[in-house]
Ligand binder design. Structure first.
Ligand code: GAF
Length: 375
């Protein structure tokens, strides 16, 4: 295994173990997690593999096979990508847990910039490793919470808990229905192949620079709207028409998206329960329009991906993840997959844009310890 060889070569010893955590794609429930709402993501079959050994001191030595090497002797030394694993040490220590340092090698295969949550995968892989190395006995949900804290308060990104919870809890062949208030979760069987369908990931290969600032701004707008409505979170709006009457401008639009998006998650779950997976496309389309027009987090590359996928015969399509680039998803009948890819590629070429890349995602398993053969 590559990560094993790299570990021995870097640290002149064998690691104590190897751990893995996946990236994710979100089927529906976008920008609902930090509004205490519902999400329905699943883990993708790409992720972060991490070999580690504990240390007697508190130094963290990090080598990424993709991004370089950093030695963190005081936590402030960490910069760039190293803030994600280092943040996990910080969050665990802040909770008073006995976590010293570690020697770590990281290998990842999540496509860069695709919006498939490589940072959450890196955090969760670090957390499951430290949980074992230091016998912390934390459960997967505790680990997801720790990782969200690391990302919010150490790495400085105000994300919700969806990505970390997916990496920690996902189960192969299932989507994860997560209530982001109670953190209750259910594994929902999700087998598209049985219905002659597949989920195409269309990586736009762009990430607009406004993404981080706009994410923080949306979150603030949602909190302001909830405050104005006198509810703890937009999840608690029960009479949408009355709520919209009391709001205007951006707060009104954000509220409209969040409340209807929660309903779309419930509707999609209802269809899956009824075995009507072929019918979920309309909900994906509605989600995209709402993200584009009400939440205003789409961009031309995502809109063109969605529109051209539908023209090519997709049954439904939407942007997925935070927005302003990254990936869209399209639900396609297997025999139409080529025509959808061709349609999207042609639409990008016509505009002189960098070519999109395509992946097909089947729901994969969550974070776990691997044996030395990578199983
Ligand atoms: C990003 C965040 F990290 C998630 O928490 C979530 O809010 C998502 O954007 C939007 O649904 O991936």
């Amino acid at each position: 295994m590559r990560v094993l060889d790299a570990f021995s070569e870097t640290y002149d010893k064998s690691p104590e173990g190897i751990w893995y955590a996946p990236g994710r794609v979100n089927l529906i429930g976008e920008h609902t997690d930090y509004n205490d709402g519902l999400v329905l993501p699943f883990a993708v079959p790409w992720g972060v593999t991490l070999a580690a050994s504990p240390r007697e001191d508190t130094t963290i030595r990090l080598r990424s096979l993709q991004t370089g090497t950093q030695t963190v002797t005081t936590l402030e030394d960490a910069h760039g990508w190293a803030r994600y694993p280092t943040g996990v040490f910080w969050a665990l220590r802040r909770d008073g847990l006995p976590v010293r340092g570690a020697d770590i090698v990281i290998d990842g295969d999540i496509p860069e910039g695709a919006g498939l949550s490589s940072s959450a995968a890196l955090e969760v892989a670090t957390a499951v490793a430290l949980n074992d190395l230091y016998a912390l006995a934390l459960d997967p949900l505790d680990l997801a919470r720790i990782c969200q804290l690391a990302e919010n308060d150490f790495a400085g990104a105000p994300c919700g808990i969806m990505d970390q919870a997916t990496a920690a809890l996902a189960r192969e062949g299932h989507a994860l229905l997560l209530d982001c208030r109670s953190l209750a979760s259910r594994q929902i069987p999700f087998d598209l192949a049985a219905h002659g369908l597949e989920l195409l990931i269309i990586n736009t290969n762009v990430r607009h620079a406004v993404a981080d600032g706009q994410y923080a701004r949306r979150r603030q707008e949602c909190e302001n709207a909830a405050k104005r409505l006198g509810v703890p979170a937009l999840r608690d709006v029960t009479d949408l028409a009355a709520a919209l009457n009391r709001l205007d401008g951006e707060e009104r639009k954000r509220t409209q998206h969040v409340v209807t998006e929660n309903h779309r998650v419930e509707a999609l779950i209802g269809l899956l329960r009824a075995g009507a997976v072929t019918e979920i496309g309309a909900l994906l389309n509605a989600s995209h329009l709402s993200l584009r027009d009400q939440f205003e987090v789409s961009c031309p590359e995502l809109d063109v991906a969605v529109e051209s996928a539908l023209r090519g015969g997709a049954r439904g399509a939407r942007m997925t993840g935070g927005g302003f680039g990254g990936s869209a998803i399209a639900l396609v009948a297997t025999e139409r997959a080529d025509s959808v890819r061709t349609s999207v590629a042609a639409a990008y070429a016509e505009r002189g844009w960098r070519a999109p890349t395509f992946l097909t995602a089947t729901p994969a398993g969550g974070a776990r310890r691997l044996d030395t053969h990578g199983q």
